[in-house]
Design a protein. Structure first.
Length: 330
């Protein structure tokens, strides 16, 4: 038997509750690879799945945790053998399939990525889905001509998980980074990660009817969406790109117009980490190993255990988590 955070649903009231319980290997879903989990983390989606699920969880009882890192314990697939160190993000694990908030997980071999040399499982979960997505965003911006000589790159939701990692990577690569935050008290933290300028959230959330604003940004990693994305698009420099990652501030692009696209050739690049092809995942994890400074990552870490998760899940939905939570499931 081993520990897991189990979310249960009361069929009469429809309410869900989450708590640490003992489960066995026979309870785990069927798949090829059994992994002894070392660490997991807390993402926005985890907040939804620890609570009522937001439509993501199909069946209860449920073990959330959309990502984890650990060691293969048993495998029916030739690609993995006991002792291999692996990381998993995406593929709807922790939503449709039981996830990483347990000491063991059983998953498909196709969903795993071998941990690159130089990354241990704790570091991998300090990065987690949020950090992988930040790296995928930077790679997409680079593929579309991101240029250090064109001025600052904007990162929205900068003190959150995606934003913190994006800030550290971009600063390490030599870009000037402007971090947008609604929490002024995180300014020193963001500067420590390498942000050169702090932009107060209110400056970018007011709707405007202007078709374009003055050209300010050489690129953008946007974790917020909503009115902020509508404004940011109008402020992009000619021919530059925005990587749209998240919707922490709203699922619609409020106040958006076509003008930035047809008058300034601005690109809006969609970033999805969940179904990302294997080759690109490998490339992103290797880039993380080389381009994300470890001291910056350490500065983002908030340690936690399985029993902290109900509170942390509620906090991340309110935008109150700073940086990256690393959950020691053991
Ligand atoms: P976090 O909660 O850690 O970060 C989100 C940040 O956004 C907050 O810390 C806050 O930053 C800012 N924010 C929150 N609410 C608002 C608001 N109402 N208006 C403006 N800013 C707000 O979450 P993650 O970094 O893990 O994820 C960020 C987003 O990216 C989520 O929407 C998530 O679902 C999405 N995501 C998408 C992925 C993909 O594959 N496309 C993968 C991973 C995440 P601050 O306090 O600095 O203002």
């Amino acid at each position: 038997m081993f520990n897991a955070l189990v979310v249960e649903k009361d069929e009469e009231t429809g309410k869900t509750s989450a708590g640490v319980k003992q489960i066995g290997e026979d309870d785990l879903p069927g798949a090829e690879v059994l992994v002894a989990v070392d660490y997991s983390t807390v993402n926005y989606k985890d907040g939804l799945c620890i609570g009522p699920g937001g439509g993501l969880v199909r069946h209860y009882p449920h073990v959330p945790g959309i990502d984890f890192a650990g060691t293969v314990e048993a495998s029916d697939d030739d690609r993995y053998k006991p002792g291999d160190r692996v990381v998993l993000t995406g593929w709807r694990v922790g939503e449709a399939h039981w996830g990483g908030y347990a000491q063991k997980a059983r998953v498909k071999a196709d969903w795993l990525v071998p941990l690159p040399d130089g990354l241990d499982s704790r570091t991998a979960m300090a990065v987690g889905t949020a950090g992988l997505t930040a790296m995928l965003s930077v790679m997409a911006l680079e593929d579309h001509g991101l240029d250090k000589n064109r001025g600052p790159v904007l990162v929205t939701g900068a003190a959150g998980g995606v934003g913190s990692v994006a800030t550290a990577i971009l600063a390490h690569l030599g870009y000037a980074v402007a971090g947008v935050t609604g929490r002024p008290e995180t300014a020193d933290y963001l500067k420590g990660l390498g942000a050169t300028t702090i932009v107060p959230r209110e400056e970018l959330t007011e709707l405007t009817r202007k078709p374009l604003e003055s050209e300010s940004w050489a690129g953008c990693v946007d974790a917020v969406g909503g009115a902020m994305l509508g404004r940011v698009l109008k402020q992009m420099k000619y021919g530059t790109s925005v990587a749209a990652v998240g919707l922490a501030g709203g699922a619609a692009i409020e106040g958006a117009l076509i003008t930035p696209f047809i008058l300034r050739g601005v690109n809006l690049l969609g970033i999805d980490s969940v179904m990302q092809p294997y080759a690109n995942r490998l490339r992103a994890w290797e880039r993380i190993a080389s381009d994300l400074p470890r001291d910056k990552l350490d500065a983002m870490i908030q340690p936690a255990t399985l029993s902290d998760l109900p509170d942390l899940g509620a906090a991340i939905l309110k935008g109150q988590v700073k940086g990256r939570v690393v959950v020691d499931v053991n």
